[in-house]
Design a protein around this ligand. Structure first.
Ligand SMILES: [Mg+2]
Length: 434
């Protein structure tokens, strides 16, 4: 399954992290382009690029007649209305984001600030803070990478993840529900998450999960969910395609699914669209993020039984091996850490530039555990394995000794991975784990 994660009213949520008293209030973020640079007498001025990112629209609204009485708004909580008011007292600018409390008054994205204030006079308008958005976006990305092997950032507040093989289908509702609560707890960001067999349907599911919800679309509810949705709500159907569909009496996604021939006759884009709506095609999750390390760690009730601990090392190794293969990287530094009761710690590192195979990794983890376990009379409360210093080139940088034999082992590992991606990570286990 693929998942789509979208931060709920991101810029407002970010403002609420900076100013928690904005919580539960009608808040909107204004956008105003920096037009000073066009001024004829512009001279040695400081140009602020912070707010000129591609995610902030560069609209510039003009009001010749109406003036909004800003004095009446004085004293309202943290309102930045002054930064949207020009020298003549006119409020300029449009909204880039609004809170759900503001939306209940009809306030919408791309509405002028003046219009929004007429609909919702107590609206708190904040200036954008691009560097805060970038920081939070980066933190969420990093966090997601610790939870999911494959994460793609689609925009400043949207991510896709691939859970196939990593989380079993039956566990996905609980997994994404836990994930969004963790994100809220740790990063203070409310997100909504959609899960579906393809990224396109997952994105659609997120729309219906908002705010702060999760939704899973599988083969059982696919038709019931997809069919009634208006064509305009599907990402990738723009204004002209929407008109074309309407003129052919196609109004819902269900109509599209019934009119394969019509869409195919419209050329490759419409043909593709049919397949996307039908969940027939998908694009892979592309990780642009260059990960530096990957690890797994589990805290447990104090445990003395070394046989059971070794079994747990095998399980951690299997899960981590799966994630490493999914990332398609070759780690060359391996670390195993043990935390004992009474605040005692121990760890072992090893560097090894060889082809990565699961069996070898499993043996390595066992060896690291036996070497690191220096306090054999103490109970263990945490085990962690971390792999780093990735190389992606398997021939140039790796030892060529035994390369042929390793390639055979690598083939087995790849077959295992294919089976696990298809049937789940617990499909194949090593005997040592039983
Ligand atoms: Mg969003």
């Amino acid at each position: 399954m693929k998942i789509h994660i979208d931060i709920d009213c991101f810029f407002v949520s970010a403002a609420r992290i900076a100013e928690p008293e904005l919580e539960h209030k009608a808040v909107a973020i204004g956008g105003r382009s920096d037009t000073k640079i066009f001024s004829k007498d512009a001279k040695n001025q400081t140009v602020n690029f912070e707010n000129s990112g591609s995610f902030v629209p560069t609209f510039y609204a003009k009001y010749e007649d109406d003036k909004v009485n800003c004095n009446a708004r004085e004293g309202s909580l943290g309102c930045d209305i002054a930064s949207f008011t020009d020298e003549n007292g006119k409020v300029r600018g449009i909204l880039t984001t609004s809170s759900y409390e503001a939306r209940s008054f009809g306030v919408k994205t791309a509405m002028t600030i003046r219009e929004a204030l007429q609909l919702c006079p107590h609206l708190i308008v904040k200036a954008p803070n691009m560097s805060l958005y970038q920081k939070l976006s980066h933190e969420l990305h990093e966090f997601l990478c610790t939870k999911i092997p494959l994460v793609e950032q689609a925009s400043i507040d949207e991510f896709y993840g691939d859970l196939s093989g990593w989380v079993e289908d039956k566990d996905i509702p609980a997994f994404i529900d836990t994930l969004r609560h963790e994100i809220l707890h740790i990063l203070k960001l409310p997100v909504s998450i959609g899960a579906a067999p393809t990224r396109y349907i997952a994105k659609l599911a997120t729309t219906y999960a908002k705010p702060f919800g999760s939704k899973v679309i599988d083969k059982y509810n696919f038709d019931a969910f997809v069919n009634p949705i208006a064509v305009g709500d599907f990402a990738g159907i723009g204004k002209s395609m929407k008109q074309k569909l309407h003129s052919a009496q196609i109004h819902t996604l269900g109509d599209i699914r019934k009119r394969r021939g019509t869409l195919e006759s419209w050329g490759p884009y419409a043909k593709d669209l049919y397949k996307r709506v039908n969940g027939e095609i998908d694009a892979p999750i592309k990780t642009t993020h260059r990960r530096k390390s990957i690890g797994i760690s589990r805290t447990m009730d104090p445990l003395y039984d070394r046989v059971e601990l070794i079994r747990r090392v095998h399980i951690l190794a299997r899960h981590l091996a799966y994630a490493i293969l999914k990332l398609n990287v070759i780690p060359t530094v391996f670390h195993l850490g043990i935390r004992y009761e009474m605040n005692q710690k121990s760890h072992k590192n090893i560097s090894m530039a060889e082809l990565f195979t699961e069996k070898k990794f499993d043996s390595l983890c066992l060896r690291l555990f036996n070497e690191a376990d220096s306090q054999k009379r103490l109970k263990i409360i945490n085990l962690s394995i971390n792999c780093s210093s990735f190389t992606r080139d398997s021939k140039k940088e790796l030892s060529l000794i035994g390369f042929e034999d390793e390639q055979k082992m690598r083939k087995l590992t790849e077959q295992t991975q294919i089976l696990r991606e298809r049937y789940g990570i617990d499909t194949l286990k090593w005997g040592s784990e039983m």
